[in-house]
Ligand binder design. Structure first.
Ligand SMILES: [Zn+2]
Length: 79
């Protein structure tokens, strides 16, 4: 279900579009974060995963997913 990685963007903030680059940990699934962030031409997801997601927008998405997971849990009667 929540098979995402906790990663931060690394690389240069050359275009000003990644002002939080390297600071915030996002919940990354595939190449894109839940908040829609993805690496630019000069940046990439870091190699080392973080311990917690710190991106507010990713956290909001995760909370929505958690709510949906709870509904599914009740319907299935599992967990
Ligand atoms: Zn994010």
């Amino acid at each position: 279900m929540s098979n995402f990685e906790i990663l931060r963007l690394t690389g240069r903030c050359s275009n000003g579009a990644e002002r939080d680059g390297g600071r915030l940990y996002h919940a990354v699934k595939g190449i894109r974060a839940l908040c829609g962030k993805q690496p630019g031409r000069r940046s990439d997801w870091g190699v080392y995963p973080g311990k917690a997601v710190t991106c507010p927008r990713c956290i909001a998405r995760l909370e929505n997913l958690a709510i949906m997971a709870c509904k599914g849990k009740d319907e299935n009667g599992v967990w």
